[in-house]
Design a protein around this ligand. Sequence first.
Ligand code: FES
Length: 149
Amino acid sequence: MVEFASDSGALIPVLQRAQAIYGYLPREALLEIAERRQTPFSDVYGVATFYAQFHLQPRGATVVRVCDGTACHVAGAPLITEAFSGELGIEVGKTTSDRLFTLQTVSCVGACALAPVVRVGDDETHGRMTPDRARALVNDLKHRAEVDR
Ligand code: FES
């Protein structure tokens, strides 16, 4: 059990607001929050790194998550990840320089029957993914990003 020294509950909304402003939590923002709240930086950093909702690195407008849970891994998730990585030109955990895409791998997303599975943002699930479909999906996502500009 992780314990935080001060009022981490009150800190969460502050971190959420900062993340809404910057899109992530830059170190400078964490330092300022710690200073203004007269809270040790380690406490602020601890809360920011404990909760999955907080991001310490810039993220793309679209987050592509390749499931690498057991079922998806066995069904070829590493090849899917490789295809996304190659097509986006970034490694897992990174964001494209235009800040359009972030590529992540995640554990089981609860759709094992559709393995290998890819999630795009919070609303799209793509099952039975193949490397070719992954590359086509990237092109589609790039097209959608162009249309949205
Ligand atoms: S392991 Fe990928 S959806 Fe379950």
